[in-house]
Design a binder for this molecule. Structure first.
Ligand code: GEK
Length: 243
């Protein structure tokens, strides 16, 4: 059960870069629900994608699994025999709690949980790869190789679900989408101080790109069909298919 996120509620002289440590883990479910518009929809639809695109005897990957929300969603959706989920995160605190959460879930679908960098995990025989709000934390010069590894490891007919915070080339639109996101956070109970300090903590850590950059990268990796199936302000999700 998640505590309430009040990590940035007190004024800080100096705001350090954001890290996924134990204090974040203890409030993570509350934090992500109140910070990412549409998070619940993305997770709920992750189950539906798993149902639709499962292939018997294939692997499912949850890259940047945090506490396993996408893993549990896929687990509910998989109806084909012989499938396995591989969940990966490089935060020891996240993985420790994720293991407890997955252990308490009732499902027959096997889950392997790895404490590792997502770049170091072989992707093979995959029918679905989920990166829900994780690529944005990878150094930009590592992102092409990551997407290529995923493409190469997918079976034909497989899908990559790529959910990200995005930025906009048009300055007016960028201001509008960012302001509306901050309004969303206030609606969710965060103060202006919390919004400002969290924003500062993420500025060197979460590096968003435009929708066009994501689509171009997916295309050059080999994905022939990429559909934007969800967007709310500066958060979106793409389904990219390997034919
Ligand atoms: C969810 N998908 O609930 N290797 C492994 N893990 C990483 C790396 C990396 N290089 N970089 C960041 N992470 C989840 C939410 S949160 C999104 C994902 C957010 C991990 C990091 O430790 C964290 O757990 C996760 O990616 C990002 O659907 O907090 O905005």
């Amino acid at each position: 059960m998640s505590g309430k996120d009040n990590i940035y509620s007190q004024y800080r002289e100096r705001v350090a870069d954001f890290v996924f440590d134990e204090s974040v883990v203890s409030v993570f479910e509350d934090m992500i629900r109140r910070s990412v518009p549409g998070y619940a929809t993305v997770i709920a639809m992750t189950k539906v994608f798993a149902e639709q695109y499962a292939q018997p005897g294939s692997n499912y990957y949850d890259l940047g699994c945090s506490l396993g929300a996408s893993t549990l969603a896929m687990r509910k959706g998989i109806i084909q025999p012989g499938c396995k989920i591989v969940a990966v995160d490089n935060s020891a605190a996240m993985i420790e709690r994720c293991r407890e959460i997955v252990a308490n879930d009732v499902s027959e679908v096997p889950v392997e949980i790895h404490l590792a960098d997502i770049r170091d995990v072989p992707i093979e025989n995959a029918s679905m790869v989920v990166m829900n709000f994780t690529l944005q934390f990878l150094a930009p010069d590592k992102r092409d190789a990551m997407i290529q590894t995923i493409y190469d490891g997918l079976r034909p007919g497989g899908v990559l679900l790529l959910s990200e915070k995005i930025t906009f080339a048009d300055a007016d639109k960028q201001t509008f989408e960012m302001d509306m996101h901050h309004e969303f956070k206030k609606l969710m109970g965060y103060s202006a101080l919390e919004v400002a300090q969290k924003r500062k903590s993420l500025e060197n850590v979460l590096l968003p790109e435009t929708l066009e950059s994501h689509k171009a990268r997916l295309k050059s990796a080999g994905f022939t069909k990429t559909y934007l199936w969800f967007q709310c302000f500066n958060f979106m999700s793409l389904a990219a298919f390997k034919e």
